[in-house]
Design a protein around this ligand. Structure first.
Ligand SMILES: [Fe+2]
Length: 225
């Protein structure tokens, strides 16, 4: 990480760039070791899912939100950057998932479980679902850049997250495998992304927003072999 990021000038005022991790500078993502902890399926199967479409036929359970209600909308609608998430009542069903987020030791924003129905085809995922996230709205100058981290809950060995530097250039594509326990961090405001999931059952995964900084760096290092 850059300890002292340089100032730049925008519209006549000095702007301190957001702090970013060197480890994400090259490819924009990092794949970690498989999670060691066995998580009981009740932690994701017995929570309430809301209809919310993002990157496919999806539903979301909201474990942490801007003000602690189960609202999947962006934090900016409450005047907050995607940080300092407040646990919702739903997280009582998911203590291991809460621990997974808190174990990183960095500021987190939204925490959700995604339930993704099987994809129609790889081509349709590319043409319809590739997108960039809006993670850094209201993120103050000089603070840590917000990235996303995943924990795959179901075992989906034929599924993968597609990430592309250039949406329309397949040569820039990488594929992140999604076995049970897959953990990875993606700068999803930089990389176009979507999951290809052939099924046949829904895929479940935890998604959270993490602030880049020394804590996230250490968590990544602890989870790399
Ligand atoms: Fe996304």
């Amino acid at each position: 990480m850059e300890a002292f990021p340089a100032l730049s000038i925008q519209s006549g005022r000095q702007v301190m760039p957001h702090k970013r991790l060197d480890i994400l500078a090259g490819k924009g993502f990092v794949i970690l070791n498989l999670a060691g902890e066995e998580i009981h399926p009740a932690e994701w199967a017995s929570v309430a899912y809301h209809d919310w479409k993002s990157g496919g036929d999806t539903n979301f359970a909201v474990l942490a939100s801007a003000v602690g209600d189960e609202d999947p909308h962006g934090f900016w609608e409450h005047g907050k950057p995607d940080k300092d998430g407040v646990w919702t009542p739903a997280v009582k069903q998911s203590p291991s998932l809460r621990r997974w987020v808190e174990d990183a030791g960095t500021r987190f924003g939204r925490v959700r479980i995604i339930k993704l129905q099987p994809s129609p085809s790889y081509d349709e995922v590319i043409s319809t679902y590739l997108h960039l996230d809006d993670n850094n709205r209201l993120n103050r100058d000089g603070e840590g850049w917000v990235v996303r981290a995943w924990l795959n809950l179901t075992d989906d060995p034929d599924s993968f997250m597609i990430v592309r530097e250039d949406r329309d250039d397949p040569a820039t594509e990488s594929r992140i495998p999604l076995p049970k326990g897959a953990q990875f961090v993606v700068d999803t405001e930089r990389l176009w992304h979507a999951v290809y999931h052939p099924g046949p059952r829904p895929r479940y995964a935890v998604i959270t927003s993490f602030e880049s900084g020394p804590q996230l760096q250490r968590w990544i290092e602890r989870n790399q072999s």
